[in-house]
Design a protein around this ligand. Sequence first.
Ligand code: MOS
Length: 709
Amino acid sequence: MKKDTIGDPMSRVDGRLKVTGGATYSGEYKVAGLTYGVLVPATITAGTITAIDTKAAERAPGVLKVITSFNALKLPGYQPTAEKPVKGLKLFNDDKVYFNGQPIALVVADTFERATYAATLVKATYQTAPFETDFHKNLDKSIVPQGGRYKDYVRGEADAYKNAPVKVEQQYLLPSEMHNPMELHVTTAFWDGDKVTIYTKSQGVKGSQRSFAAAFGIPLENVQINSRFVGGAFGSSLRTWPHEIATAQAAKMLGKPVKLTLTREQMFTLVGYRPLTIQKIGLGATPDGKLVGITHESYSQSAVYEEFTENSVNVSRFLYASPNANTRYKIVPLNVGVPAPMRGPGEATGSFALESALDELSYLLKMDPIQLRLNNYADMDPERNLPWSSKYLKECYQRGAEKIGWANRKSEPATNKDGDWLVGYGIGCGAFGAYRSASQAKLTLTPDGKINIKSATSDIGPGTATAMVLIAADVLNMPAEKITFELGNSAFPMAPTQGGSATVSSVGSAVHDVCLAFKNKMLLLAGKNQNSDEQLDYAAVLKAANLPLLEITQESKGDETAQKYSMYSFSSHFAQVYVHPLTGMIKVKKVVAVVDAGKIVNLKTASSQMIGGAVGGIGMAMTEEAVMDDRFGKLANGNFADYHVPVQADIPQIDAIFIDKPDPIINPIGTKGIGEISLIGVAAAIANAVYNATGKRIRELPITPDKLI
Ligand code: MOS
């Protein structure tokens, strides 16, 4: 019997279902008596709704209900007196408008088309208020976020770079970017008495369950969340959004199942985005390339009605061994929808600025950018003064340099030519915390000798079930085809939300532990020594013990070693670009992604994940930018025609290389996570390659041809 082993390149266990249309996504469940909801967006950017005329919409064919703040069922969790008040926007709870496109009504009809038509008939009148959407104009109104997590940081002397013999002092801009997963956000909700069943796009079914229960003031067990397949999310489904709650609210008011699908345009305003961010970096060094000071300040856009924060400055505290480092982080509240973490999240933003500035420093020093990084390599975490649980970033530099052909790089910019084209090479590095949260997994052995494992985790695309099956096969010494893994159901044992690259570390540990516990249980049943290596015929053991089946649930704890070690995945991205000097056209010719993410569970899906992250990074570097029209406080390009994501023709050969050495500390498998690190550093690698090719330093993304001519 061939066993499958951690590290094997295994195809997705649900791949066939996905490519044959057999996988059911949240918008595809057949529910009897289904009705269709369509949102009506506000046409002002700030103010108060004075009246909503819904008569024409209510008279339109097939319309069942038009819900507004004037008639909506009051939700207990939306009231200030609630035990756990719902944070953020409370849809249809009051008459306030905070941003353009905020839903002011929900039209429910017997078909999607009729609801869509009737939504155009809803007419609101408003008392408008002054609004602010211009980030640059409001920069002086930036505030330190509440909560104390984003305090200023100082190690040694603040702004020490200013007195260094060689220094870089620059500002970098990253525009707002949209997640734009292929699958639209869809929610279907129906009630049975005071119990609600929800199909929704979710990165965490347990988190969704808590959100719905809090909003409706009902016990957790009255909320059933299903999110078995998710067509991409990139962070946009880390939380429950107000329109999801409104779908269940409508279903409750109507006494019928309601499905609400956002339009692609609504995806630009209602489900978060990477916030517009300005970063100021100061780097100071000695003439021989030793950093003496790093200063990193970040200003990010946020919403007036809810604070959003992320780790954009943190990387500058620990990635390089500078004796002096200080960071500041502020947000600028505006009349916009609230941002959300978007793949990489703040770390990708921060790395673009830090790694661009470091590249600038390397040219001032006339030093190879890799040598500069080696000169300032942090053997310990300089922020926390702790050892790394593992760090193989030097190996990343070396393997990436070999693969991209770094030896062909010319240190003098704009001197490397291939025909008409200028050729350049760049490197960008990053780190992302290796997190682990408490998780449970339940294993069931059936008389046919097959194993089923369940956990309330998610799969937004990385191949969660595939990784879990492989981990179980390895521990149980069994072929993968005898094992199934189920997820995306809030009734399953507890698992964290799929975010922060922690699923394999967290849920994988629970799967690992439940399989070990199961093995020992089987040895015990068979009268053998615990922890023996003997391979049992599990079906035979079950039969001999006269058991119909065997169930076992195990919980694996979260980080217990986080106080003693600093745990991060590290990456080094390399890019080769061609730039046409007359047209400014940029061709990314090659990307090499090298990552130290501990042990790699499934080489095949992990490579796909690294490639996907690099594609996201190419979009960040080259095409993506949400443009606000500040005259109206409305996005000028909030649709797929005008907002550009990279297409197949923009994407070159991408090589994913894994150091693949297990981390000895973080968890029993040795994994550190790759979801976010796959994007961190890519934009800087490309911007640095563009500089090497052209001598033009682009500090405002995206790098479009007009900026190069
Ligand atoms: Mo990731 S941005 O935590 O989905």
